[in-house]
Design a protein around this ligand. Sequence first.
Ligand code: EPU
Length: 424
Amino acid sequence: MSILKIEGGKSLSGEIRVQGAKNSVLPILAATILQNGESVIRNCPDLTDVHAAIDILRHLGCEARFEKGTVWVNSRGMTSCDIPDELMRRMRSSVIFLGAILARCGRATISMPGGCELGPRPIDMHLEAMGRLGAEIRENSGDLICRAPALRGARIDFRIPSVGATENSMLAAAGAAGTTFITNAAREPEIRDLGEYLRALGVRVTGAGTSTVTVEGGEMRQYAEHTVIPDRIAAATYISAVTAAGGDICLSGVNAGDIAGVTGAFLKMGTELTFRGGELRCRRVKRPTPPGTVTTGPYPGFPTDAQPVLMAASTVAKGATAFVETIFQNRYRHVPELLRMGADISVDGRVAIVQGVERLHGAQVRATDLRGGAALIVAALAAEGTSEIGEIRHIDRGYENIASCLEQIGGRAERIERKDEQDG
Ligand code: EPU
């Protein structure tokens, strides 16, 4: 098992190109099976979740390879419509393949994704949406057996905006006869990006990235190319790092509009953010001031995925910050680990109160989930002394070559293979 050793307390400097967005690549890779042909997807980050999606594609009978940030998929040979439990469990978001498989094959068998580290993650809205489009779904010993010999366009009105359910509906609707109207859709930039890829396939999609998405099913092209948008959560992680540890770094390949929901908090903390072209210069000029109350919400609200990294930065702010987590029940699992580093945080249900301390200190900690792991990196960069972060497999799901990326911005980070760490 690997650990990440970070020597903190040094200010950061340097430049880094922000990786492509994990949460764009995954639904787009699922979408590559809609057509009977080839796709070239560029700016794909080298992540375990991306490899898990590639393994699903191969299991389905597609050819798929990852080479220098590009994934090439040939879905002509697709033979299977089932995803076995072992592949479903490797990546929670494998459920996004459901809509695409139904659109392509008219039937699908997947296993029920279980609860996860962020708390229960139901898929009722995904299943209801597939039902609206004409699928019949029954559960058999944990398997979901779905049949939809003839998907047809429908009106789908979500009770709350769900990223995955919106994506699944768009994928199934692309293979349905007629037009689908999705209302109260999630508006995340990654959904806009999926819409762009679908348009490259020839699907008529409007409104992706707004709360009303329209998809007209029909013939698709046999070849599509697409370049994935930059990862706004990775960008927020680097901004958090410089806010916590100090320094002056430059992020290239950032989409200013897509990170508008997080920049306000960092500006309140006193971090200077200057956009020029596709570059964002981030400079800490003084010890951060607290960003006030941070309430997570669906886009364009403050992203739940950036809550842990902002919390890590606020542990060294001059004053108190309140966090209110409204998306996932169990998204404070990094808190006990931050406490080991000297942070002062109390949690009551969905609310966490952080009292800023002057300094954190290095400690041995464990990544409990992907973004919680990123929070530990931010804290470790700011902390005096050395930290060792265990269970970094969680971090590898979403951050490409994390140790070398941190080095590019002046962080002292080293990945070490340890034989004795148990993979819990
Ligand atoms: N929900 C339901 N029923 C459903 C689907 C969702 O009740 O059928 C609830 C969820 O429990 C949650 C809320 O709706 O309370 C929103 O969840 P959503 O469906 O939007 O989340 P998701 O699609 O499972 C994606 C990202 C997450 C990110 C969330 C919220 C991907 C692959 N995952 O998950 O990313 O936190 O949207 O923005 O796009 C991460 O990257 O670390 C990560 C967890």
